[in-house]
Design a binder for this molecule. Structure first.
Ligand SMILES: Cc1cc2nc3c(=O)[nH]c(=O)nc-3n(C[C@H](O)[C@H](O)[C@H](O)COP(=O)(O)OP(=O)(O)OC[C@H]3O[C@@H](n4cnc5c(N)ncnc54)[C@H](O)[C@@H]3O)c2cc1C
Length: 454
């Protein structure tokens, strides 16, 4: 069977590309070996957000008295939370399937393997069936990085150590949990299990949490988590996982932490082997498929999008890259602008950012000005937050008077940040932003307030 496009991998990059390409008139085949929806829908973005929403409701109920709402016998039923998570996943995966079918994309279950290139096109096998295509999109995603240290393999085998995949299935909340890795995903899980009643310790190799998050915001987040009872061991390197404990080194000394479970959350590795990339000579660099900003690989009509290219491993990056790949296949010369792609931590409080942080701007030698305000400058924020004052911080290009970056901590940040992404993408100047009307009262007004500080 001959196709215009074969996509290997049915995660956000793969399924969105299939949807756009088939709508754009390309005869498209999408091959997925596990679950349609990939990591994002089945064991990433959506299940974690379902859990975190339950935690938010629980915290709301516990602190309800501060808002004049009194509730008794508050408890989290973890089993019910998991049941709801499965229901949410089912709804969304069914939705994707029907959208793809509506647009005319074909979906095939199985392991896709690139056999090579014939005179008719690229040859892809799934089991004993062979398919030919003019174009290929590699969207095979990523897998958890497994720390290469003593005891990890055995710990994983006996269920003492879990990755983000298994932890979403554990039936009961562990009494104690050590989270190795204080990046976004580690923090989200630490936050859920802390709310659910675990004694949580996060062990992080860096001296701060949140990876590339602006340091001032990261410090506020750290203090807020600590107040909620999460413990942190920063600048601490895990050296061994023992029978029921995690061993780590800090300031030249070794420490042990006993725990019921360990969550290994130290990043992800692109899936680049086992499906014949080498058979067509696709270039791989530092463990990632090498692409340009149009998502093209070094091989003609072979594109790669999503985690597999290792650029910015987020679902919405995968979406954008998939679209850009398809638009280029259809003759539109568009590029991905990574600088206007936001990042979000969906805990309570939420953190969101886009563009340069103070640290990255300094490192690049950019000329910037910082303006910031507590979120309490938003009337709605005050109405809805008894305990937490949050922060919104904006970096302005001194010369161009455009936004270089925005960093927010406080709830609704996740829903607001895209607006700042638009301002960065369209190079709006401070004076243009001052003319934008924001609905009142909304937390988003904080952006306007901060800009008017200039
Ligand atoms: C716990 C967790 C929480 C996360 N939360 C967020 C979040 O809140 N927001 C966010 O933006 N991102 C989040 N992410 C990241 C997000 O899930 C990924 O960036 C996104 O899933 C990448 O999409 P993708 O299509 O590149 O790959 P994937 O989602 O990994 O999909 C790739 C698919 O390809 C399939 N595949 C691989 N090889 C083959 C083959 N040879 N044949 C057939 N099929 C194959 C795999 O089975 C898989 O389904 C989270 C990740 C994790 C782990």
């Amino acid at each position: 069977m001959k196709y215009d496009l074969i996509i290997i991998g049915g995660g956000p990059a793969g399924y969105l590309a299939a949807e756009r390409a088939s709508k754009g008139g390309l005869k498209t085949l999408l091959i997925e070996e596990r679950y349609l929806g990939g990591v994002c829908l089945n064991e990433g973005c959506i299940p974690t957000k379902t859990l975190l929403y339950s935690a938010k409701i629980l915290e709301g109920a516990k602190h309800g008295f501060k808002y004049g709402v009194e509730v008794q016998n508050i408890a989290l039923n973890h089993k019910k939370v998991l049941e709801r998570k499965d229901k949410v996943i089912k709804t969304l995966v069914t939705g994707i399937k029907s959208k793809l079918r509506k647009n005319g994309a074909e979906i095939l279950s199985g392991h896709g393997e690139i056999l090579g290139r014939s005179s008719k096109g690229y040859v892809v096998a799934v089991g004993d069936k062979e398919f030919v295509t003019d174009r290929l999109l590699i969207a095979t995603g990523s897998s958890p990085f497994i720390l290469p240290i003593e005891g990890v393999k055995e710990g994983l085998e006996r269920g003492f150590v879990l990755t983000n995949r298994e932890i979403l299935e554990i039936e009961s909340v562990p009494a104690s949990l050590v989270v190795i890795g204080g990046g976004i995903v580690g923090l989200e899980m630490a936050s859920y299990f802390n709310s659910a009643g675990s004694k949580v310790t996060v062990v992080e190799m860096l001296d701060h949490i949140g990876g590339s998050m602006d340091r001032e915001i990261s410090n506020i987040l750290l203090e807020t988590y600590k107040k909620k009872g999460i413990e942190f061991e920063l600048s601490a390197r895990v050296t061994k996982i023992d029978d029921r404990k995690v061993v780590y080194e800090k300031d030249g000394k070794f420490f042990e932490k006993e725990t019921e479970k360990v969550l290994l959350s130290v990043g992800r590795r692109p899936n680049i082997t086992g499906f014949g990339l080498e058979n067509i000579g696709v270039e791989v660099e530092k463990g990632c498929v090498k692409t340009d900003d149009r998502m093209k690989t070094n091989v003609q009509e072979v594109y790669a999008a999503g985690d597999v290219n290792g650029k910015l491993m987020l679902a919405h990056t995968a979406y954008r890259e998939a679209e850009v790949a398809v638009w280029n296949m259809l003759g539109r010369r568009v590029k991905v602008n990574y600088n206007s792609i936001p990042s979000v931590v969906y805990t309570n409080p939420e953190v969101a950012w886009v563009g340069e942080s103070e640290e990255s701007a300094k490192e690049k030698g950019l000329e910037y000005e910082i303006v910031k305000l507590p979120m309490l400058y938003s009337g709605r924020f005050v109405a809805e937050n008894e305990e937490f004052d949050g922060l919104c911080k904006i970096l302005i290009d001194r010369r161009k008077r455009t936004i270089l970056g925005c960093h927010m901590i406080g709830n609704y940040s996740s829903e607001i940040i895209y607006g700042v992404g638009v301002m960065i993408e369209s190079q709006l100047r401070v004076e243009d932003i001052k003319d934008i009307v924001f609905p009142h009262p909304t937390v988003s007004e904080i952006i306007r307030e901060v800009i008017f500080e200039l």
